[in-house]
Design a protein around this ligand. Sequence first.
Ligand code: ZN
Length: 358
Amino acid sequence: MERKLMGVSALIVMVVSIALSFLLIYVPNMHIIALKIRDKEMEGGRVSIMEMLLDENQLSEEVNQDEVVDILMGHEMRLSLPSNVSTRDVSIKNDYVNRTISVTIKGIGKDYFNQYPMRGLSNNIMDITYGSENLVGVIDIVLDDVKELKMEENGPYLYFDFIDPKDVYDYVVVVDAGHGGNVPGASKMGINEKDLNLDIVLELKKLLDKNDKNIGVYYTRTRDVNPSFENRVGLANDSDADLFLSVHNNSTASGRMSSISGAEVMYRGGDESGESKKFSQMCLDNLLSALGAKSKGLVVGDEVYIIRTSQVPVALVEVGFMTNQTELQNLSDKTYQKKAAQALYDSIIEYLNTREMQ
Ligand SMILES: [Zn+2]
């Protein structure tokens, strides 16, 4: 059943992609399309610029692609800034999980695109929407892949390029804090697994932020939200990550408090390269020595969606048992969380070092 559903959704994605790849040819016409912005207001006052590409009248407009390529000077998108706006008024937020880059510009109103036409020619753009409130305009660019934004200023123009993470970083690591939002995971004595997972990941983030290797780290969440499983594993697959680490905490099958305790790490048995198992072993060894915990061993975790569908070396760590009184107390302790984070950090660095030597 699941496989059949996947097949159908893959087909839908393919059809939509093919449809979009035709539409993208018309992206150069954005300046014309933008004239219709006022006609097609979306909910919340936002307008979809791509939506207008569907307009028959717009599709019949002549597109001089060479001219657009010249204007773009080899870049993928060009915005024009009004004279009262400088790059200091421009801020960028990249939501890698949702593949959406938000460009916020102070000093532009609803009719910005009428006065300052945008030009673009890109294979990565799925949608562009625009909204403005109190002279702060937000352009949301939805991409088909995880990309870093490269911005270049030249005179009144801002040029954008959407580049692969691996063109920016030597290594890419994706860190996932399990559960979140309205999915708490295990819940014991008023403590939710989602919070413990996030606490440990945020400690790990502090360590990774300080690292001087050129590692790009993407987090599926850094707050109490619940991204879909597809988006979590998709972040790792689409960014072509070197590692995908998912942090969880365990409980007994019955959910009852018990004497069972210890760290366990799941790897992808279907990974014939053995890299998933190799990284998982490092995580387990480092957790055991840092925490002094019992070993629940390495476990094949291919029945778990994010493990099975990971195309990159994956480890899902269960740091400890929330159904064990002592371990639950430990897991809630900041010092213990820091130790766990340090062990995971050491494992990431240790693994990347072996990649370096290959
Ligand atoms: Zn969990």
